[in-house]
Design a binder for this molecule. Structure first.
Ligand SMILES: *Cc1c(COP(=O)(O)O)cnc(C)c1O
Length: 357
């Protein structure tokens, strides 16, 4: 078609499948196996009583959620940005901070093995980028990001799909410190399951943006809530871009349930603690079955078997109704990424693996 020359052509991100079959064990998209906090259900009931307010636009500045996050994290409101999942927040950040104008600025850098959405946004916005190979053991060599010649940096910590965490002191902080002339995004989608966070550094480094999500640790992937923390100038620039695309990103239920989730700290700690305990138990179990397992600090494991190809294990599990994730990337195509489910779900997984291997 002659109009096709003017089409913005992109190779899209491929999300993990959401199968329609019932009675499956779904361990492929890092969803939380436990429901959201009970207070979220109360908020749902309350919202049905104010049904009529749906005719109104939501708050364009998302005040109630920003206020609640500010109180929860003890971070000033003007240092917080929220969006429709952290994918939306990251998308806005890429569009805002990586508009390279001159050839002086270096490329956007991120590891070759990481969240596979980063190169999609970079391509969508025509951002020159370079991937930095991780070590053979899949760890990130932070010094590769400390050369000070980057136009921007994105690091997931813990990294996905490896699950491996970098220390903030002496690694993440060095990256931020070595790159004062570009924005460094630290994607902490899984930080609640790990030991490290760069949140406390946002006041010290004006080039640091920390991104978080409700999708994993808060069991609310279906609500689409994500947030970013950074100095007020970074946040203002992101808001300028947001208000140039869509003022009303967050709908009324998302704002209400997002607030409600923060009010039940005990539930949050309990469910995160259960997942961490199941994860550690599962690591041992995988090792006993002969798998190599990275030291994941997330709600998933990244495993590889020396004798049985990952694609075969993937297919055999699928036949038994257990869905995990495989990536068609040469360096990691013999690995499977397996979300931590309930203890019962993991027991079914291990029973299936014992049959398959
Ligand atoms: C899941 C994930 C996201 C996106 O999460 P949202 O559901 O969009 O909040 C972002 N980064 C990483 C590394 C993830 O694993």
């Amino acid at each position: 078609m002659s109009w096709e020359k003017n089409v913005r052509k992109v190779v899209p991100y491929v999300p993990g499948e959401q199968p329609k079959m019932n009675k499956i064990i779904k361990l492929n998209t890092n969803e939380n196996p436990y429901p959201p906090a009970p207070g979220v259900q109360e908020a749902m009931k309350a919202l049905t009583k104010t049904f009529g307010t749906l005719r109104l636009y939501p708050s364009p500045t998302c005040d109630m959620l920003i206020d609640a996050l500010s109180e929860y994290y003890g971070i000033d409101k003007d240092k917080i940005f929220v969006g429709v999942g952290s994918d939306d927040v990251l998308d806005t950040a890429f569009l805002t901070f990586f508009d390279f104008k001159d050839k002086q600025s270096g490329n956007l850098l991120f590891p070759d093995i990481t969240y596979s959405f980063y190169d999609v946004w970079a391509s969508l916005y025509r951002i020159p980028y370079e991937t930095v190979p991780v070590n053979d053991d899949l760890t990130i060599n932070y010094r590769d990001f400390c050369k000070g010649n980057a136009g921007g940096i994105v690091i997931a910590n813990p990294n996905a799909p490896t699950g491996i965490e970098l220390p903030v002191k002496g690694a993440i902080e060095e990256i931020i410190k070595s790159n004062p002339d570009c924005v460094v995004i630290v994607d902490e989608a899984y930080a609640d399951f790990g030991d490290e966070t760069a949140l406390s550094l946002i006041d010290r480094y004006d080039n640091l943006l920390v991104v978080r999500t409700y999708s994993k640790s808060r069991s609310m992937a279906g609500m689409r809530i994500g947030m970013a923390f950074g100095n007020p100038k970074l946040i203002k620039y992101m808001n300028d871009v947001k208000f140039s695309v869509n003022s009303y990103t967050m709908n009324i239920p998302a704002l209400c349930y997002g607030v409600a989730s923060l009010h039940d700290e005990e539930y949050f700690r309990t469910t995160v603690g259960k997942i961490v305990a199941t994860r550690e138990r599962s690591k041992e179990k995988f090792r006993k079955l002969g798998f190599s397992v990275t030291d994941s600090k997330t709600n998933f494991l990244f495993v590889s078997h020396p004798l049985k190809p990952a694609t075969e294990i993937f297919a055999a599990l699928r036949e038994r109704g257990i869905i995990v994730r495989h990536f068609n990337n040469k360096r990691i195509d013999n690995y499977l990424r397996i979300t931590i489910g309930t203890d019962a779900e993991m027991d079914e997984l291990f029973a299936a693996l014992e049959e398959i291997l």
